[in-house]
Design a protein around this ligand. Structure first.
Ligand SMILES: [Fe+2]
Ligand SMILES: [Fe+2]
Length: 190
């Protein structure tokens, strides 16, 4: 299994989401959610193994450190404020955003412990304690619940309410967070 093999745009969720999907930033967010669900499956797999696979632990660690913070910032600083601006009062979006933002706080509190365990597995190549297994499984199940709410409410309302300019602003922020705006400026300057 290669973490770097990926087809055009839609991929195997085993490597970071393809920036080509940023043409529609909501497609990118959706693909990020598929990737996040794959990471949850990886955490379950690690927790269920007598001797966890160090490469899988490294892959999940890299996701937690490099990709998840950018994804949460895409939502908190890009998507949620735009939804607050565009949704109708009857959409009741504030309640969903409040719940999701509090989930993000929980993730930020829990992620360092999960990362610590994954780093230990990667470097020591040892079995996990039962307490460590439960940390990974609980993080995965909390994340799955969060994804269900975002896919069921946030993305459909975003597709319905956001304007073209909103999507352009969202895309710009997502590119900036990943250093892709500088990459394009340099390419244009050549
Ligand atoms: Fe999300
Ligand atoms: Fe989220």
């Amino acid at each position: 299994m290669s973490r770097h093999t990926r087809g055009r745009n839609r991929g195997d969720c085993l490597s970071p989401t393809d920036p080509a999907l940023l043409g529609n930033p909501l497609d990118f967010v959706y693909e990020d959610h598929l990737r996040e669900r794959e990471i949850c499956a990886t955490l379950d797999h690690l927790a269920g193994a007598d001797m966890p696979d160090t490469e899988l632990a490294a892959a999940a660690l890299s996701y937690l450190l490099d990709e998840l913070p950018a994804h949460m910032a895409d939502e908190e600083d890009g998507l949620f404020p735009l939804l607050r601006l565009r949704c109708e009062p009857d959409d009741d979006i504030e309640r969903a955003i409040g719940r999701l933002t509090s989930d993000h706080t929980g993730v930020k509190d829990d992620a360092p412990r999960v990362a610590y365990i994954l780093a230990a597995i990667e470097s020591e190549g040892r079995a996990m304690t039962n307490a460590e297994k439960s940390v990974l499984v609980r993080f995965g199940s909390d994340t799955r619940r969060h994804l269900i709410l975002e896919n069921a409410i946030i993305l459909p309302f975003a597709r319905l309410r956001l304007t073209r300019d909103d999507l352009a602003a969202l895309r710009q922020g997502m590119m900036r967070r990943r250093g892709l705006d500088r990459l394009m400026e340099n390419a244009n300057a050549d």
